[in-house]
Design a protein around this ligand. Structure first.
Ligand code: SF4
Ligand code: SF4
Length: 463
């Protein structure tokens, strides 16, 4: 099996396509193509990446912002990661859970501990989780499926988890089928770096050393019927421009082979972790980070973009604007971190250091103050609007008929059940503000009726 990441072509395009002030027209044409919601090809992405002119970069930022508003509106979907086990046979040089780190405290949540973590997350208001696993024989498909089922079945008071996504090692087709049957949402596998030589350097042993097994992981997921998949790269291991080209190549591959691109793209930056020493050569500056987010936004208009709490609140604030549709909030990266208040002080239990340690409520309030509508919506997945089917729905008007109403309804639930008084005040004001601007009277009436039913105590109403 050959890699579908054409390194020669990518390097050639990155060297060959020079964008400059006199190529401004070309850059503007590319932005326009993206604004007409067409996916960009690799040479167009290379042209954006090679744009160094500050004025044109400002236009790329403005284009990304506009596109985000067009396709995603002002909602931001919130979720939390939940670490299930940090035993791992791999030796990823950037991760505190790597097998060679003898200082790491290893732990796998028991069923009872898992339930406790879920209840804690539910009692804060979370509805969407991503379960995270190391790579170890004990975390096989049956184990993953079991933890997914426990997550859906655990309900505390009015709390429940309505969508369980997975970040786990690549499985074989049979394994993916087992996990699909448990009712997962998105299956996420990050390639970390698309550059093979760098990949070898950072993954010297364990199953993850096999670049191609990982690269084709989401093809096997598709073969098993999981049409909702997430890709990602860990920025800072190799040249950021190459990684953007790698991510777009991966998206194009999935689109061509399965008729549906990735549901989400993640772009974490390397962060300090216990005993980790990273070659600083490729670390990505804040300015470069903003550029890569904006260019990814323009490259794949219909792919959700996930910004994690690795970044600090200020950077998150700036970058959300450039195209992100999902963020995690109130996150912990230690095993048992949600139920154990000591955990955040113990580096031997964390996978990496978080930049944003605010609570869910603080993040919600911050988003509201910045003019966003925080959302816990899970409606598409529950109504079967996923994969190829979802793409059919991702048309103009979709946000106004579905995303915005559902954002308001799930926000209202949160305000009723979990928020602090000042967040409730800001949230209700924001809901009214959106209702006032709603153009479609039929949709508006449906939302008003459902909001009233939520106030009276009904839950889980969606469009
Ligand atoms: Fe294991 Fe994942 Fe850490 Fe690699 S990144 S060592 S696979 S937990
Ligand atoms: Fe996502 Fe669908 Fe909800 Fe929109 S309506 S926020 S696309 S789940």
């Amino acid at each position: 099996m050959e890699s579908f990441i054409d390194e020669g072509k990518i390097q050639g395009l990155l060297k060959g396509v020079k964008a400059s002030r006199d190529r401004g027209i070309e850059v503007r044409e590319i932005i326009q193509k993206s604004l007409s919601k067409q996916r960009l090809d690799l040479s167009e992405v290379a042209a954006l990446l090679n744009t160094e002119d500050p004025e044109l970069i400002a236009e790329i930022f403005a284009g990304a912002k506009k596109l985000k508003e067009l396709v995603y509106g002002n909602r931001i979907v919130l979720f939390a990661p939940l670490y299930i086990g940090n035993d791992c046979v791999n030796d990823c040089q950037y991760c505190a859970f790597r097998v060679s780190n003898k200082e790491a405290r290893r732990r796998t949540l028991s069923d009872a501990e898992l339930k406790k973590e879920i209840e804690t997350l539910e009692s804060k208001g979370h509805k969407r989780l991503i379960l995270v696993y190391g790579e170890h024989p004990k975390y096989d498909a049956d184990f993953i499926a079991k933890t997914v089922k426990i997550t859906y079945a655990t309900k505390k008071d009015r709390g429940e988890i309505r969508r369980v996504n997975i970040n786990a090692p690549p499985l074989d087709v049979e394994g993916f089928k087992t996990v699909k049957e448990a009712g997962i949402g998105t299956y996420q596998i990050f390639q970390e770096t698309y550059h093979q030589e760098t990949y070898k350097k950072y993954h010297p042993r364990g199953k993850k050393a096999d670049y191609l097994w990982r690269l084709y992981g989401l093809d096997r997921a598709q073969e098993a019927g999981i049409d909702d998949v997430g890709i990602g790269a860990l920025f800072g291991l190799y040249d950021w421009k190459f990684e953007v080209m790698g991510l777009v190549s991966h998206a194009i591959h999935l689109e061509e082979r399965w008729n549906v691109g990735p549901h989400t793209i993640s772009f974490p930056r390397v962060q300090p972790a216990q005993g980790v020493k990273i070659d600083p050569k490729y670390l990505v500056s804040d300015e470069e980070f903003k550029r890569l987010v904006a260019i990814l936004r323009l490259a794949v208009p219909y792919t959700g973009m996930i910004l994690t709490a690795r970044e600090n609140p200020q950077i998150r604030k700036e970058v959300i604007d450039l195209g992100c549709s999902q963020i995690d909030a109130g996150s912990r990266t230690e095993l048992g971190g949600y139920t154990d208040s000591q955990a955040d002080q113990e580096s031997d239990r964390q996978q990496f250091k978080l930049g944003d340690t605010r609570s869910l409520d603080e993040v919600m309030r911050g988003l509201l103050e910045d003019g966003y509508i925080p959302s816990f919506c899970t409606s598409c997945y529950r109504l079967g609007r996923t994969g190829e089917h979802f793409m059919e729905f991702a048309i103009p008007g979709f946000i106004h008929e579905y995303c915005t109403p559902n954002a308001l309804l799930t926000l209202k639930e949160y305000l009723e059940d979990y928020s602090l008084p000042e967040t409730k005040k800001a949230g209700n004001k924001a809901i009214q503000g959106v209702l006032d601007k709603m153009k479609n009277p039929k949709v508006k009436q449906i939302v008003i009726d459902k909001l009233a039913r939520i106030e009276k105590g009904e839950r889980d109403l969606y469009c």
